[in-house]
Every structure is written in structure tokens, then in C-alpha cells.
Write a protein that binds this ligand. Structure first.
Ligand SMILES: Cc1cc2nc3c(=O)[nH]c(=O)nc-3n(C[C@H](O)[C@H](O)[C@H](O)COP(=O)(O)OP(=O)(O)OC[C@H]3O[C@@H](n4cnc5c(N)ncnc54)[C@H](O)[C@@H]3O)c2cc1C
Length: 450
């Protein structure tokens, strides 16, 4: 194992540049025994420990002044049963690498978010989700976890073995231990028919329940000064969605993928964003231009190639899960609020849906959710916008994504999560000395001792 005692000023920084930290030590374990040894070393040195993912959380969830565990040397699939779909992977595996390995096995994740840069454990730990009214977040695809606990021991948990730890650790915020391996229930590889087209946002809101019910994966993007939304409907060719039985269009040719995803959506949009940052008064017009430039496309491709798109333009983001029925209210309030903001908004709002689940700190716990994500281009002021959004979603008991910017503390989060205290109790049991604590956890979970 490579453990570096205080290598000077090696700073950890997240993707968005919204969080930094200077760990006392860095450690790069390459086996479960080395993860365990790193935790024991931290105990001996009186340091806290945080596992690092890919740094794609906007919050300082992974930040530590203790030992930073870089799990980029702890990757790959260790077991796969193509009959049951059960696949075990090491926690530092990125979703991109996992998707590639799964494809080789004829398997896939049933649902994914927008990008694949996250590590498996990092994505799970903050409740990462995609969209689909009949599907939960990524953590609902987990069958079992192996964790290195605060004393360096290894625990296995599943619905039948240590279920309390399993209920807590699937969305565990890195608070319970270092996830070592994850066993996922995967599905046979599938093709998605993607249909993307601009639709007036009022129409989308009127038909929201039907769109959510009739499509396997439905979401929309809405530029807050424009009238149009970009509606994305992704349906499994073998599923219940509208794609069943319809003629299959081809995958986008490589040049068109490059042109649309890289040139138009990244380079082109990035150039507009830079223009907006240089001349903020142009932003509402640029935003309307982006909205009017939305165009339709239909194609079919392997599920992960449809779910995932490159995101090279950097931004800050906040996202809340709200009860599905309150979405109309939230969008109406945002629509009223955005034109009055002193600093205009460059990025679209993204709306997704998910089924209810039973994972204690999942934003989808016990209720069908609409996810509303707001963004601002990097370097442009966002605080007033995010604060206004937060006060709107507070009216409808919104729950913040654990990896995206929010200001809630334990006092405000506790009433939103019926199992909040049980999570804290399990945490106190498995980590009595707060070995895995950091400032973010202190804020969102409150004092460590019960
Ligand atoms: C461009 C972009 C697009 C995104 N799209 C989506 C999306 O579509 N849907 C969505 O829900 N979210 C999305 N996110 C948010 C992202 O999925 C989450 O913030 C996720 O946690 C990032 O994973 P990571 O590997 O970077 O983890 P990090 O941000 O590095 O860490 C997240 C947390 O996981 C903990 N952790 C990491 N590894 C372990 C481990 N082995 N054991 C225990 N704890 C661990 C860390 O300590 C930390 O608390 C997006 C973020 C960005 C920047």
C-alpha cells in the first residue's frame, strides 16, 4: 500500500471547484487488507478517514483533514453470475468501467444517472439516481455490501444479513465505513429507444403524470427564461414503454454523436456560457436562444450510451427530491423567481422522476419523487438563486441530494427522514469514535454521540 505521511500541500479538490481540503495523509490501498490496514493506521495516529470517489459531489461530502483513501487502485468486477445478474465489483470502479465490464458479460445496470465518471461506492453513498417512475436510485440495485468498519474489521450486509447496516449503508454518506465491494443485481443488456424533442413547458407540466407513467425513463430540461422544454423519453425496446413494437431507428453515427454531444452540447454551449459570464446582461437572451435552438432526435443504442452523456462544461448544482404531486408548484414558483434574480441564470433546470424506496437516507424514501435540479455556470454567482430555490422546495418537504449544494443541517433534515435517528444509532454502533466523520457529516447528521 502507498501511504504518504503529510506530503506537503497536496490538496483535494472536487470536480466543480466548490470544495477543497488538505488531508493530513493520502493512502492508495490495492486490496481489502490494505483498506483495513489504512483504517487501523488512522486509528493509531488519531486521524479520521474518508474514502474518496471521483470528486463529483458538489458538497464537501468526501473532504477530510485526516486520511484520504484514494480507491482508484481498487477496481474491477470480482464475481459475476450471468444467470441471476448478480455482479460484485470493487468500490473504486468507475461506472464507466463497470458498464464496459457488464456489457462484456451481456449485462447492464437497470438505470443510470447522466454521467459515468463516478465511482460505484461514491455514487451509491450520496443517493445518485437516474430517472424512471418505476425505478429507484442506484442504491436500489444493490444486493449486498462489504464494508471495512472503524476497527478495521470487514462486515458483510444484505437484506438478510445485518439488515440494519444494509438499510443504512446503501446510501451511507461514507459515515459507516469504507465500502469495499458492492454486489449489484444487474439485468440483461438492453437497448433504449431515445426520443428527444422540444415541447412547450406548460404542455409538459399538464401531461407530466402520463409522461412519467408511459415511459420507462422520462425527464425534461427547461431553460428558465424560455417557454420550451427539451423532453427526453427513453424506452426499452423490450419493455412496457411506447417503444415496444415500434420500428427501431439506428444508433447515431459516430460523427453525429461527436457533433451533437461534443460540439453542440459541450463546446457550443460552453462558448455561450463564457459569453454570458463575460456579459451577464446577455444571459436571458442567450438562454432563450438555447431554448429555441433545441431540436428533435431519435435513435436507439445500448442503454448506457443513451443514459450517459459527456458533461465538459463545469457548473454548480443543487437538486431536491420533492413529492411528485408538488412539481407543478415548484416549477411555477421558480418561473416567478428567476426573472427577479439580480444574477441571471445560464443553465437549464432538469426534472426527473423516481419510484419510492425503503433505504433510510435515500431521497426517495417512502414517496414517489420528482427531482428538480438547478445549475449555474462555473464562475457566475449562484447563491441567491440556490437560496430562493431552497425556500421554494422547503414548502413541499424537499429533500436535498446529498452530493449537491444545499444548506440544510441535521435539525432540518431529521423531520424529512422518518428513519434519521435509526441511521444515527447504527452509525454510533459501528463507528463509536467518529472515525469516518468530517465537517459535512457533522452538519447534516448532527453531533456524533446520541
Ligand atoms: C457532471 C455531474 C453530473 C452528475 N449527474 C448526476 C445524476 O445524473 N444523478 C445524480 O443523482 N447525481 C449526479 N451527480 C452527482 C454525483 O453522482 C454524486 O455526487 C456522487 O456521489 C459522485 O460520486 P463520486 O465517485 O465522485 O464520489 P465523491 O463525490 O468523491 O464522494 C461522495 C461520497 O461518497 C463517499 N465514498 C466514496 N467512496 C466510498 C467508499 N468506498 N466507501 C464509503 N464511502 C465512500 C465519500 O466519502 C463521499 O462522502 C452528478 C455530478 C456531476 C459533477
Amino acid at each position: 500500500m502507498m501511504t504518504q505521511p503529510s506530503p506537503g500541500r497536496r490538496v483535494w479538490r472536487n470536480w466543480a471547484g466548490t470544495a477543497t481540503a488538505t488531508p493530513a495523509r493520502w493512502s492508495r490501498p490495492r486490496s481489502e487488507a490494505e483498506i483495513s490496514a489504512a483504517v487501523k493506521d488512522a486509528v493509531a495516529a488519531g486521524l479520521t478517514v474518508r474514502a474518496l470517489g471521483s470528486g463529483h459531489s458538489f458538497t464537501a461530502a468526501a473532504a477530510t483533514s485526516g486520511v484520504a483513501l484514494d480507491l482508484s487502485g481498487w477496481t474491477g468486477v470480482t464475481a459475476a453470475d450471468t444467470g441471476t445478474g448478480l455482479v460484485t465489483a470493487r468500490s473504486g470502479t468507475t461506472l464507466r468501467a463497470l458498464n464496459a465490464e457488464l456489457a462484456g458479460l451481456g449485462l447492464a445496470m437497470a438505470n443510470l444517472g447522466d454521467i459515468d465518471a463516478q465511482t460505484l461506492a461514491g455514487a451509491l453513498s450520496t443517493g445518485t439516481h437516474g430517472t424512471g417512475a418505476r425505478l429507484g436510485g442506484l442504491a436500489t440495485q444493490v444486493e449486498a455490501l462489504e464494508l471495512v468498519l472503524a476497527d478495521g474489521s470487514v462486515a458483510t450486509c444484505s437484506a438478510s444479513s445485518w439488515p440494519e447496516l444494509f438499510n443504512a449503508a446503501r446510501v451511507g454518506l461514507g459515515a459507516l465505513g469504507v465500502i469495499s465491494t458492492v454486489t449489484l443485481r444487474c439485468v440483461p443488456s438492453f437497448t433504449l429507444l431515445a426520443d428527444e424533442r422540444p415541447v412547450p413547458v406548460d404542455e409538459v407540466l399538464d401531461q407530466f403524470d402520463e409522461l412519467a407513467a408511459d415511459n420507462d425513463h422520462f425527464e425534461f430540461y427547461w431553460f428558465p427564461y424560455g417557454r420550451k422544454a427539451l423532453v427526453k423519453r427513453n424506452n426499452r425496446l423490450d419493455g412496457r414503454g411506447r417503444a415496444a413494437g415500434t420500428p427501431v431507428p439506428p444508433a447515431l453515427p459516430a460523427w453525429r454523436r461527436f457533433w451533437e454531444f461534443e460540439v453542440m452540447e459541450n463546446a457550443g454551449f460552453g462558448a455561450l456560457c463564457r459569453l454570458g459570464r463575460a456579459s451577464p446582461r446577455l444571459i436571458p437572451a442567450l438562454n432563450r436562444f438555447s431554448s429555441s435552438a433545441l431540436s428533435a432526435r431519435t435513435y436507439a443504442d445500448a442503454s448506457d450510451r443513451v443514459f450517459v452523456t459527456p458533461r465538459r462544461v463545469r457548473f454548480a448544482e443543487s437538486e431536491y427530491a420533492v413529492p411528485r404531486e408538488s412539481l407543478g408548484h415548484v416549477i411555477a414558483e421558480l418561473r416567478r423567481a428567476v426573472p427577479g434574480l439580480a444574477d441571471p441564470v445560464m443553465f437549464p433546470v432538469e426534472v426527473r422522476v423516481a419510484a419510492a424506496d425503503d433505504i433510510w437516507l435515500s431521497t426517495g424514501y417512502g414517496r414517489e419523487s420528482a427531482y428538480v435540479a438547478i445549475h449555474q455556470y462555473t464562475g457566475l454567482p449562484y447563491q441567491a438563486y440556490f437560496d430562493r430555490f431552497e425556500s421554494i422546495v422547503a414548502e413541499v418537504a424537499g429533500r436535498p441530494h446529498w452530493g449537491k449544494l444545499h444548506s440544510l443541517d441535521a435539525g432540518r433534515l431529521r423531520p424529512l427522514y422518518p428513519r434519521f435517528d435509526e441511521f444515527r444509532r447504527v452509525r454510533a454502533e459501528v463507528d463509536p469514535e467518529n472515525r469516518f466523520g468530517n465537517a459535512y457529516l457533522a452538519r447534516v447528521l448532527g453531533p456524533h454521540d446520541l
